[in-house]
Design a protein around this ligand. Structure first.
Ligand code: NMX
Ligand code: MLT
Length: 440
């Protein structure tokens, strides 16, 4: 079996040549321009990042190394071993994103074993540190603290301090990246078990990455394992410009090690306009249910519409709707909906989400402000978790964070392997812009 490390080593020279040739032969070609609107407006649509692992089309949604989500579900190895029979294993997504190759089940199994073995690299002070944190500290804050604390294990930081030459950075980056993948389920599970239960984390390394993570969280249900596989796969990557991936890439460009880089990415993910939206969706639905229960009314298309307008008129956002790039229903929403239709079509909360979906695009279109009135990934994820009794919605973004490590850090491997430089865009003062505008 060809290992992940051997596969990457064999790809490296050609990838380096590809980039060098692009720079040499086409380096001066113009691929876009930047307007004052874009400069003020969060750089929407500005083409200024290289991203290997995935690409986002506004209409079609995400492709992981060229594959759509349904294509990944067809070709990537699953727990049963047969592609197409169940959800892809997260390990197969890691392999695909790192190497751009669809792995065999054997290759995936070697990666599962390697990650289980690397789980022992969690430094011994991390769990006691997490255990000492206040239970009412947000789980994302705890997650970020846990990963930062684990940075003492960074091989990259040690190698840098020992003066390793820059053409070898990627080897140490890869060590750290695989170690981060291996240790974060335990950090995440410890937080969950501490905040909501008895603090006991039980592993089962006879399972895959996601299955073992479910046991550590305290869930033992094959159907929930499948949901977790789907969940972890679809949240991995969303091209480079999203705030968590971009932050990881930016911080990594300073040669901060992968632990510190992704901990920074987690802090970006913790914002309500980004990953925290998945908890906000549940909060919104609960507030809606509480209001109409108190008024003795049913939750239906009419009352949802009333509540949506109240939210909009109070100048708040409808969580789980809209997107900076997408202009259609997020395929990550659609595949979760498919999962719901298959596993829980009669679940009351699933039905509410269906009803919200039937009215919200019309409401947001009538509101007239949003560029995209359709649901994103966060609109659906919590409801599926809730069905299995995973009702602690303040924790939901941590699951997103376990998954997003994969996209952010697989790209960070290539950032170092391709020798990408410090990221440092140019800013301008309002006065400079006014002067420029007057003269142009
Ligand atoms: N509800 C109400 N208003 C909205 C919504 C929404 N769901 N989405 C956008 N708008 C508003 C937005 O606040 C802005 O208002 P203003 O001009 O007053 O500043 C206006 O519509 C235009 O914004 P867009 O260009 O449509 O969206 P933008 O690219 O700026 O932001 C999001 C994208 C995702 C931040 C935005 O749609 C949003 O706040 N959605 C709700 C939060 C959410 O679901 N975030 C999760 C995104 C996915 N993820 O996991 O990260
Ligand atoms: C993501 O998955 O990062 C979100 O959909 C946000 C984005 O892509 O901008």
């Amino acid at each position: 079996v060809t290992t992940l490390q051997e596969t990457l080593a064999s790809q490296l020279p050609a990838k380096q040549t590809q980039l060098a040739t692009l720079k040499k032969e086409h380096g001066s070609k113009v691929i876009g321009q930047v307007t004052i609107d874009q400069l003020i407006g969060g750089a929407r649509g500005v083409k200024c990042m290289l991203w290997e692992t995935s690409n986002l089309d506004p209409e079609e949604g995400i492709r992981f190394r060229g594959l759509t989500i349904p294509e990944c579900q067809q070709v990537l190895p699953t727990y049963s071993g047969k592609a197409g029979d169940g959800e892809p294993l997260l390990e197969s997504l890691i392999w695909l994103l790192l190497t751009s190759e669809v792995p065999t089940k054997e290759q995936v199994d070697t990666l599962t074993a390697e990650l289980h073995q690397r789980a022992s690299k969690l430094p011994s002070h991390v769990i006691p540190l997490i255990n000492s944190l206040p239970k009412d500290m947000h789980p994302m804050t705890q997650f970020s603290i846990g990963l930062n604390a684990a940075q003492t294990g960074s091989e990259f930081a040690k190698a840098y301090a020992n003066g390793v030459p820059k053409n070898e950075y990627h080897k140490y980056a890869l060590e750290d990246i695989l170690n981060v993948f291996a240790i974060i389920p335990e950090i995440a599970a410890q937080i969950y078990r501490n905040v909501y239960f008895d603090g006991v984390v039980t592993k089962d390394q006879s399972l895959d990455y996601s299955g073992n993570f479910c046991r550590m969280l305290g869930y033992d249900d094959p159907s929930f394992d499948e949901l977790m596989r789907l969940y972890l796969c679809i949240h991995t990557d969303h091209e480079g410009g999203n705030a968590s991936a971009h932050t990881t890439h930016l911080v990594g460009s300073t040669l901060s090690d992968p632990y510190l880089s992704y901990a920074a990415g987690l802090n970006a993910l913790a914002g309500p306009l980004h990953g925290l939206a998945n908890q906000e969706v549940l909060r919104w639905i609960q507030a809606l249910q509480a209001k109409f229960e108190a008024e003795g009314k049913e939750v239906n298309a009419e009352t949802i519409t009333e509540f949506a307008w109240e939210t909009l008129n109070a100048k708040k956002v409808i969580p789980g709707y809209g997107h900076a790039v997408l202009r259609k229903t997020d395929p990550r929403y659609s595949c979760q909906r498919e999962f719901g239709l298959k596993h829980m079509p009669d679940d009351p909360l699933f039905k509410i989400v269906e009803t919200i979906y039937s009215v919200m695009p019309g409401i947001l279109t009538e509101h007239g402000k949003v560029a995209n009135p359709y649901p994103n990934v966060d609109s659906h994820s919590g409801v599926l978790l809730w069905h299995y009794g995973f009702t602690q919605y303040q924790y939901y973004t941590v699951l997103f964070g376990v998954s997003r490590a994969v996209g952010g850090l697989c790209q960070l491997y290539w950032d170092r392997a391709l020798g990408l430089p410090l990221e440092r865009p140019k800013s301008h003062t309002p006065e400079w812009l006014e002067t420029f505008a007057k003269n142009n």
